[in-house]
Write a protein that binds this ligand. Structure first.
Ligand code: PLP
Length: 379
């Protein structure tokens, strides 16, 4: 199988699997004070220190969660319950974990949600954000993702943080697509809160973390014991926490080289698709890793085929169409709906090609060959 869906999840690398297997041998509960418990606690705290060192934060600012979705829920919901946030400015291009949390907050707590405007590539319009912040009477929470998981555009997080702080407001950046892919440190990127997920950088599924800058104090969304400094109750997933830290560490070792390699693949795919489908429309495309996710190529192909990802599956290519399927009905992607007119959405087929360092140019060749064959079959 050719795997080109790395923005959905990445395969675990061997070093991470080994780390997890080793940690499975340590069966103590990190909350127990005996030797077996202390061994487990050591793994958790060492993992926290590893991550904190890489992102230049304090270990206490890292809270392990079950995934990126939980980290976003924790931050957004406790900002309302413990920081008395009554107004959140966000973007309609956010991931569902943010959009659905905001919907709940609006319904249950009467929180006001306003939407920032964005440019045609999907990136946030800073002037509009500043205008909205200026008009706010009390401090707000700005919730705008670092990079979009469907089209790959990168938002200027430093500038967003500066604007939020200029108006005494707070900033949460969903960094699920960037932490572990870019060398981000929280001394230089002054967000108040951020979220990450291990399975996006060759770690295990079902583990992530929330970054909560001190001295902000959030309220737990899961009640119980005092784990994670009272912020997230429940016995810690020790092996996966070890795997998360190992994956994070490994992801940053040859980062520059890996980025260069994957950018080349992305450019190669872009050029080959353009050559075979000259009318294809690329979204937020750049071969500059700072401007769009280096591992993600989003394109609308100049024909309509809602079954394309199924057909590619028959060619043994795993890829995402950038549209959600439910009970057989294919819906247009909510993200693309924000940046493309209806007539383009209705006459084209979106494809999200997402690479990792484990891919090669032959994967791209196979994809383009399959696309040409599928297109010819339906002509
Ligand atoms: N935020 C973004 C931008 C994502 O791409 C994803 C996963 O696709 C999530 C949040 C959710 O992360 P998780 O799968 O760990 O819940």
């Amino acid at each position: 199988m050719i795997y080109l869906d790395n923005a959905a999840t990445t395969p675990m690398i061997q070093e991470v699997k080994d780390e997890i297997c080793q940690a499975f041998e340590i069966y103590g509960n990190p909350s127990s004070t005996h030797a077996a418990g202390r061994q487990a606690k050591n793994i958790v705290e060492q993992a926290r220190r590893t991550i904190a060192q890489r992102v230049k934060s304090k270990p206490a600012e890292i809270t392990f969660t079950s995934c990126g979705t939980e980290a976003a829920n924790l931050i957004l919901k406790s900002a309302v319950s413990s920081l008395e946030i009554k107004h959140i400015i966000s973007s309609k291009l956010e991931h569902k974990c943010v959009l659905e949390s905001l919907k709940q907050l609006e319904e249950l707590y009467d929180v006001r949600i306003s939407w920032v405007e964005h440019h045609s590539d999907g990136s946030v319009d800073l002037e509009n954000l500043e205008k909205q912040l200026q008009e706010c009477e009390s401090p707000v929470l700005v919730s705008i993702m670092h990079a979009n998981n469907e089209i790959g555009m990168i938002n200027p997080v430093k500038e967003i943080a500066a604007l939020a702080h200029k108006y005494d407001s707070l900033y949460f950046a969903d960094m699920v697509q960037t932490l572990g892919h870019y060398d981000i440190n929280f001394e230089e990127v002054p967000v108040d809160f951020a979220s990450a997920s291990a399975h996006k950088f060759h770690g295990p599924k079902g583990i992530g973390f929330a970054y909560v800058r001190q001295p902000h104090k959030l309220f737990p969304q899961i009640s119980g014991g005092g784990q994670e400094r009272n912020l997230r109750a429940g016995t810690e997933n020790v092996p996966y926490i070890a795997g998360l830290a190992k994956a994070f560490e490994m992801a940053l070792v040859d980062l520059e080289e890996d980025q260069k390699y994957v950018v080349e693949l992305k450019k190669y795919a872009h050029d080959k698709i353009e050559e075979n489908f000259p009318e294809a429309k690329f979204h937020a495309y750049s071969d500059d890793a700072k401007k769009s996710l280096f591992g993600l190529l989003s394109v609308s192909l100049p024909f309509r085929n809602t079954m394309l990802s199924f057909e590619l599956d028959l060619h043994k290519i795993a890829i995402s169409q950038g549209s959600a399927c439910s009970s057989g009905a294919v819906k247009n992607s909510p993200v693309l709906s924000q940046i493309l007119p209806d007539e383009v959405l209705e006459s084209t087929t979106p494809l999200r090609i997402s690479f990792s360092k484990l891919n090669s140019k032959s994967d791209v060749d196979a994809l383009v060959e399959a696309l040409v064959a599928i297109c010819a079959k339906h002509a």
